[in-house]
Structures are given as C-alpha cells and as structure tokens.
Design a protein around this ligand. Structure first.
Ligand code: MTE
Length: 313
C-alpha cells in the first residue's frame, strides 16, 4: 500500500510552470537581514537568505541559462514538508536551520560533530552552476554555493574498510510536518559509493544564488550530486556515516524496482513507468533530450566502466 501511494505521487503529472507560478506566492525576504558579509550569521528569518561573502568561481560551470531564483525556491521536492511541489516553500518555515550540527562518524579515524558555522568555514566556498535532473522528468540549472564533499571527507580520514557513505536527514516532527505522513520510511536517507562521494563534482552545498540555502532547498546543508537523479541529493543532513556495506536509501526501500542505488541519469534506461529520454527544463515548454550522466560523462563515466548500468540502475 505504501508503495502504491508513493508511486501514485511520483507518477502524477508534472504541474505546468504557468500554473505553479501563479498558485502560491513565495515571498522572498532577501534584503531584510543585515548583509554583513561574514559567515556564520544567525538566519533570523528562515525563508530569507544571508549573503555568503568571499565565494570564488568553481570548476564545471555551464553557460546555460540559470533557472530563476523564484522557480528554484518554489518548485521543490522535500517530502518532509509535503508532497506537492509548492508545499516546501510554504511549510518549511518551521525547519529552523540554526543551531545545527552534523555528525560525521562510522569507519573514520577522526569522527566528530560539526557545528554548521564551523562546517561553513572548513573550506573555501565556491560558486558552482550545476544542471539538476529530477527522476520525474524535469530539470533546472542552479547556481549553488558550497565546497567539494571531499574536503570534509579527507579531514575525517576514512578507514580502508569504508566503502560507502550514508547521509541522514533531520527527523523532527515538530519542525517537519510531512513526517507525520508515512509516505517514506523516515528519516530520509541516501548513499553514495565512497569514490562517488569523493568525486570533485560532489558538492556539500550551503547556499544558492550567493546566499544561504532557503529552508525548502535543504538548509542549512545538503549534498548535490549533479550526474544522478535529484533524489540522491539529500537535504538538511544531520549525519554522514562511513560504512562497509551498501546502504539502502529511503527511495530504494520504498520501491526497489523503480529506484536503485546508483540512479545515474541515463536516457537509455527507462523508469519502469516512464521514459527517461527527455526532460522539461523548468521555464521551457519544448522538451530537451536528456544527456547521459546529465552531461557530466566526461567527468564521471570512468567510475562506471565495469558496471552494467541496466542492472545497476
Ligand atoms: N532530501 C530530503 N531530505 N527529502 C526529500 O524529499 N527530495 C529529493 C532531493 N532531496 C528530498 C531530498 C528530490 S526527489 C529532489 S528532485 C531534490 O531533493 C530536489 O531538490 P530542490 O528542491 O532543491 O530542487
């Protein structure tokens, strides 16, 4: 039953942009906070971004047109705040992303608890424009702010036995109203192979459009893995655990025939109920062809040369 409900939601028609834009108005409160330019400021209004100063342009840019801020922040998947694309922007005010700590543990020499402001200062912040392709058939181009997850990984010194990394999201009903609904087996978890997690494209994101992450996009810290379907990019993470065996993610647990561990963007392997060959870029009407590895094949294909990508989808 759970799977039935879940797949019903995912297979539902994607709302046309002209409808969702007009449906609910998300009030962006940028400018209402002191933009002091320093890191680690208190985020007083959860919906508002605080400017992240001193970022530098990162590699892997794209000249493609950016998806407007309004669309990036009002058309979201964040089931802890509801299953409608408009729900997170409306409901995520209760998330309260500060104070926040991220536990990093498991098979590492130097486990630890990182306060979010310490995490922000751990490495220099980069602006990285990535395409994001959702498994449901839409895509965006988002200017993220963050640094490679590997900056954190090398500091905690994974043991030789660590082969995978598991990400766990906040699990607090008082702050996440969607957790009352059994749509997924909470908390939301995701995983990567260690080499994927260490790949220079894998970003520990703390902002977008030059500001701290809006709650609905996974404040205060999330993962962005641009060559995989969007659900691999776990939001509002509280734990990063290094493990020996492949973790089972929330989506894989819910519907293993539909959502595998790898979930590399692959136009040649259809989802059991729909094609993955094309996508709708949010803001455009004509569909585009989906690119292998979401266009990042040059950077990542070598990690999968010995993997049957039809079997390990
Ligand atoms: N992380 C959590 N904790 N909960 C979620 O429901 N949804 C995933 C992913 N991370 C999700 C999540 C899915 S399906 C997608 S497509 C992306 O977040 C969407 O990220 P965005 O809303 O910032 O575009």
């Amino acid at each position: 039953m759970l799977i039935q409900r879940l797949t019903d939601i995912l297979s539902s028609e994607i709302t046309a942009p002209e409808i969702y834009r007009g449906r609910r108005e998300f009030m962006r409160a940028a400018g209402t906070l002191a933009l002091a330019g320093g890191l680690g400021l208190q985020v007083a209004d959860a919906a508002a971004g605080v400017k992240l100063a001193g970022t530098r342009p990162g590699p892997y840019g794209t000249s493609e047109e950016l998806t407007p801020y309004k669309d990036v922040t009002t058309y979201n998947n964040f089931y802890e705040f509801g299953t409608d694309k408009a729900d997170p922007a409306v409901n995520a005010g209760s998330l309260n992303p500060r104070p926040w700590t991220v536990r990093v543990d498991g098979l590492v020499n130097r486990p630890g608890q990182y306060d979010i402001d310490a995490l922000l200062k751990l490495a220099s912040l980069e602006d990285r424009i990535y395409r994001m392709r959702c498994v449901e058939g839409w895509s965006m181009v988002v200017p993220w702010v963050g640094y490679p997850l590997n900056e954190l990984i090398r500091r905690v010194e994974p043991l030789g036995s660590a082969k995978y990394v598991e990400f766990t999201t906040l699990n607090d009903r008082a702050r996440m109203p969607g957790l009352r609904s059994p749509v997924l087996d909470w908390p939301y978890t995701e995983g990567l192979r260690l080499d994927e997690a260490r790949h220079p494209l894998t970003l520990l994101a703390v902002g977008l459009y030059g500001e701290t992450l809006p709650n609905q996009n996974g404040a205060p810290v999330r993962i962005v893995v641009p060559w995989k379907y969007g659900f691999k990019s776990a939001k509002s993470i509280v734990r990063i655990r290094f493990v020996e065996h492949r973790p089972i993610s929330s989506w894989e647990r819910a519907a293993p025939r539909e959502y595998g561990f790898y979930s590399n963007v692959n136009p040649e392997v259809d989802h059991p109920r729909w094609s993955q060959s094309r996508e709708r870029r949010i803001g455009e009407f004509r569909k585009r062809k989906t690119l292998m590895f979401n266009g990042y094949g040059e950077q990542v294909a070598r990690m999968y040369t010995n993997l049957d990508m039809r079997r390990y989808y």
